[in-house]
Write a protein of this length. Structure first.
Ligand code: GDP
Ligand code: ZN
Length: 344
């Protein structure tokens, strides 16, 4: 990934922001050590990071959802994001403003990353089990846009599913096109759940699907992600607001990811940044490997630099002819690859 050239002034600003961030982290770590020495802390237990505020995080005890505390981080701890599991010690004296201390980050089984504005990949949430790609009859879905989300999900190793929202808007004009667009997915291992946040149809099935593990909702603007979060968690908006006020005094409130427990079991991590997952540059190799049904043929073409279009001995073209790859997915792949080339 190429980095943009930065002006001297920009570099100076980045440097300054970095210094300030380090200073805040140092002070927070000092307070953490202070709290440890003063002995206002309970015994160490495991917890879950519900929200991350830079030098502090909100932690929930793994064995007691009613125990939630803001925590300082010990020095030299691995960086934390929402969804991280941690070893922590809660504050016990109950004094207003007393904070717990996080001592260590536990191992992650997955990471959701996105590029920061300098093009470096940054983890924004951890331990996600499912990426739910939301689409709708309106705004009109495009096959290659759906495939682009799937490719991005495949690159993380997290299981994607498709949610067709607004099924109340399906009519004789869009029914066939929608069916055609969605047709390849179930047999590729991507379940499609149909629902309407407006009528409530399909929501019970969605809750059952989300009842295990941690999910995120992604998808283009207007497909109904906010409506969906509100339908599943009526008081989520209010809670985010309260949390932000109590802990943040207005900084970074709109981008911080937050973890919610769903009413039917399972968790949801949500933030505006997470919803935009997958809309950035990807490499040609991850594009190719992100089409799961292409994988058995990758590296099997006669020519190592095969473009998979008209070359003799192309393993992917042969699979297409045999019907092991659908024309619809092949078109999508070629479209996405051509748009990658135009970007480069
Ligand atoms: P987001 O940009 O993905 O968060 O989408 P929003 O939740 O803001 O929804 C975009 C628009 O779609 C809003 O006007 C919603 O009221 C509408 N909407 C959401 N879900 C449904 C649905 O199931 N049916 C219909 N007809 N409209 C919906
Ligand atoms: Zn080929």
């Amino acid at each position: 990934m190429s980095k943009r050239k930065l002006s001297r002034r920009q570099l100076w600003r980045i440097d300054k922001i970095q210094q300030e961030r380090e200073e805040r982290a140092r002070r927070s770590a000092q307070r953490a050590e202070g709290a440890l020495q003063e002995g206002h802390l309970g015994t160490e237990r495991t917890g879950l990071v519900i929200a991350n505020y830079g030098t502090q995080v909100l932690v929930e005890a793994s064995d007691d959802r009613t125990l939630r505390q803001r925590c300082h981080l010990r020095a030299n701890i691995d960086p934390l994001v929402t969804g991280d599991r941690v070893a922590w010690r809660p504050a016990v004296d109950g004094a207003a403003g007393s904070l717990g201390v996080v001592g260590a980050r536990l191992q992650r089984h997955s990471e959701l990353q996105r590029p920061d504005r300098y093009g470096d990949l940054k983890t924004v949430a951890a331990n996600i089990d499912r990426i739910a790609i939301v689409i709708a009859p309106r705004p009109q879905p495009f096959a290659n846009a759906i495939d682009r989300y799937l490719v991005a999900a495949e690159a993380t190793g997290i299981k994607p599913i498709l949610l067709l929202n607004k099924i109340d808007l399906i009519d004789h004009q869009n029914r066939e096109a929608l069916a055609e667009i969605l047709q390849p997915y179930p047999q590729l291992g991507y379940p499609v759940i149909r629902l309407s946040t407006k009528t409530g149809e399909g929501l019970p099935q969605l809750l059952r699907t989300l009842a295990q593990g941690t999910s995120v909702f992604v998808g283009q603007s207007g497909v109904g992600k906010s409506s969906l979060v509100n339908a599943l968690l009526p008081d989520a908006g209010a809670r985010i607001g309260a949390l932000s006020q109590a802990t943040l005094k207005g900084t970074h409130t709109t981008t911080a990811a937050e973890l919610f427990h769903l009413p039917g079991g399972g968790d949801l991590i949500d933030s505006p940044g997470i919803r935009e997952f997958g809309l950035w540059h990807m490499s040609e190799q991850s594009l190719l490997e992100g089409f799961v049904e292409f994988r058995p043929y990758v590296g099997r073409c006669r020519f190592r630099d095969c473009r998979h279009q008209d070359e003799p001995g192309c393993a992917i073209a042969e699979a297409l002819q045999r019907g092991a790859i659908s024309q619809r997915r092949m078109n999508s792949f070629l479209h996405l690859r051509n748009s990658l080339q135009r970007q480069n």
